[in-house]
Design a protein around this ligand. Structure first.
Ligand code: FES
Length: 83
């Protein structure tokens, strides 16, 4: 596991565009931010548009040991604030 996954795991603002948000499906930050900017304004819409947060191996694959929904919601809030 790359060190940067461990050190940056709880703060989506410090992730690079190509860093993964959803480890189960392999969806990066840039893809999710683009989906939000194109109108995916809630978790359900981001799931439908990107496939993120539709996996079932979070405990094994995600360094956070859980689903990526928290990070997706953080990105939605950031983009809505204009970040
Ligand atoms: S990390 Fe996104 S569904 Fe598991």
């Amino acid at each position: 596991m790359p060190l940067r996954c461990i050190t940056k795991k709880f703060d989506v603002t410090t992730l690079d565009d190509d860093d993964l948000i959803c480890y189960c499906i392999g969806v990066d930050k840039k893809t999710i931010v683009e989906a939000i900017r194109e109108g995916a304004s809630d978790l359900k819409a981001v799931k439908e548009q990107t496939g993120a947060c539709t996996g079932s191996e979070c405990a094994e694959k995600n360094p956070n040991g859980r689903c990526c929904s928290k990070e997706i919601r953080q990105l939605i809030a950031l983009v809505e604030k204009g970040a």
